[in-house]
Design a protein around this ligand. Structure first.
Ligand code: ADP
Length: 500
């Protein structure tokens, strides 16, 4: 495969910018495609060339395959990086890119296809000795049979959509009396969200940890893992705080989980960057959940502890290079934590918030990395995922990384929208997080909006106003916008969000 000469980034926001930065370091020019809602976005300005491909709704822009391929032809692009979300796990898109004579910076369409179905993924992985959550091996077509299996496994059970993502189509069933009702809901939710109503059953692990392994594979059959990420702090079954390494596993579990992850990747002939997700119970038994065949939102924590630039590796792999390192060359150094700064109101069930970033001043300093796609004065568009930024801190150990995170959160000044910053600060200071006894039920078990200190800084509002005035922003001194009511309904948002 030839060296890549120009990359089109089929994405937006922080991940588009993050990919372009590495491409620039590699002297590869980039093309941004953007929607009308993103005209002023940093990723559009940063790219060497940028083309507006349509209106704000994703279907008319970021998901519009023909328009994206047309830009590639017109601008002499030879490779596409899909980022995460949007077209990144769309096997038909990967195939079309290939058919157009372009390089898809990611796995083969076949790998995406197999791992895109949770059931097909389990069947592929079953060829290796990979632990699975007890459950039904196929999509349920006979409810009575499914109920029999459920009572053998023992309640509570979880109904899951095979095509699932973003926590959609997932229903906990506490007892047999609820079975039919929850099954109806899961099927219709899966049908509406994915156009595929296939569901299956898993035992519901009541106090689980979500731990995942980063893998990299090349076109020469080499596959390595880059250790784990701990992602158990979630709301709505979706991650909000991630870290590497996990406080909960031993070197032995790490090695075994790593072996399983590499085998899952091998089971579908994987190349590129991917993530194998596991769930771990209280007795530290772990089970394969699914594989994500793309760059993951939380990949920076792995970069911090391994020193590997995952986007650079993805590009090198796509160019046909063998991996530059073997498993034994990889070392785990220090500790990294990432928090996702969403425009969401933790005090109001984490509902997405919209508005203008009247003040937007990022933290800085030793051990702090911010991957974002906004600048002060921009609006958070209603059309896309409401993540503003990822704040990552790195320290020689977990305690240092936590201390740096609290300091960085306190420095982060955002007014105009509610964010997850106060919630994440709450997490950093909570005993269950500090001592590692947390699981995916952290929010339900420990969090209540009354516990939030909404002033993230020592005197957050005053400092924000001062900085705002210094920068001569139009919002100077108008912190009150922070409290403007949100007029958007949850259902509207659900329809517009894309799942990561
Ligand atoms: P999605 O693809 O929709 O994100 P996943 O299978 O990755 O779905 O699961 C997302 C989250 O749901 C997990 O991180 C975990 O919190 C929870 N979950 C999934 N399967 C189980 C299970 N069998 N028992 C308990 N919790 C689960």
């Amino acid at each position: 495969m030839p060296a890549i000469r120009k990359i089109l980034v089929a994405n937006r926001g922080e991940i588009a910018l993050r990919i372009m930065r590495t491409a620039r370091e590699m002297n590869i020019p980039t093309v941004a495609v953007f929607s009308e809602a993103d005209r002023t976005s940093p990723h559009v300005r940063y790219a060497d060339e940028a083309v507006c491909i349509g209106a704000a709704p994703s279907s008319e822009s970021y998901l519009h395959v023909d328009k994206i391929l047309k830009v590639c032809r017109e601008l002499g692009v030879d490779a596409i990086h899909p980022g995460y979300g949007f077209l990144s796990e769309n096997a038909a898109f990967a195939q079309k890119v290939k058919d157009a004579g372009l390089i898809f910076i990611g796995p083969s369409p076949e790998s995406i296809e197999v791992m895109g179905s949770k059931l097909a993924a389990k069947q592929a992985a079953a060829k290796y000795n990979i632990p699975m959550v007890p459950g039904t091996p196929d999509a349920i077509d006979d409810r009575d049979e499914a109920k029999r299996i459920a009572s053998t496994i023992g309640y509570p059970i979880l109904i899951k959509a095979s095509a699932g993502g973003g926590g959609k189509g997932m229903r906990v069933v506490e007892n047999e009396a609820e079975f039919d009702e929850q099954m109806d809901r899961a099927v219709s939710e899966a049908q509406a969200a994915f156009g595929d109503g296939s569901v299956f059953i898993e035992k519901y692990i009541t106090s689980p940890k979500h731990i995942e392994i980063q893998v990299l594979g090349d076109h020469h059959g080499n596959i390595v893992h880059l250790f784990e990420r701990e992602c158990s702090i979630q709301r709505r079954h979706q991650k909000v705080v991630e870290e590497a390494p996990s406080i909960s596993i031993t070197p032995e579990i790490r090695a075994e989980m790593g072996r399983c992850a590499v085998d899952v990747a091998r089971s579908c002939g994987y190349y590129g960057a991917g993530t194998v997700e596991f769930i771990m119970d209280e007795d530290r038994n772990f089970y394969f959940l699914e594989m994500n065949t793309r760059l993951q939102v939380e990949h920076p924590v792995t970069e911090m502890i391994t020193g590997v630039d995952l986007v650079q590796e993805m590009i090198r792999i796509a160019e046909g290079h063998p991996l530059a390192f073997a498993q034994d060359d990889l070392r785990l150094n220090g500790h990294a934590i990432e928090i996702r700064v969403y425009a969401e109101d933790a005090a109001n069930h984490f509902l997405p918030d919209i508005g203008t970033l009247h003040t937007y001043v990022k933290p800085d300093g030793n051990g702090v990395r911010v991957d974002d796609g906004f600048i002060q004065g921009m609006e958070i568009p209603i059309y896309y995922d409401p993540m503003i930024a990822k704040l990552i801190t790195y320290g020689e150990d977990r305690e240092t990384a936590i201390r740096k995170m609290i300091r960085a959160i306190d420095e982060y000044q955002i007014t105009g929208v509610q964010t997850t910053l106060p919630f994440c600060r709450f997490v950093m200071e909570h005993n269950a997080f500090v001592d590692g006894s947390f699981d995916t039920n952290f929010v339900a078990r420990h969090f209540h909006p009354d516990l939030l200190n909404t002033h993230t800084g020592r005197d957050g509002a005053a400092l924000a106003a001062l900085i705002s005035a210094m920068l001569d922003a139009p919002s100077a001194g108008r912190e009150s916008v922070q409290n403007e009511p949100v007029s958007i309904t949850a259902s509207k948002w659900r329809a517009r969000r894309y799942a990561l």
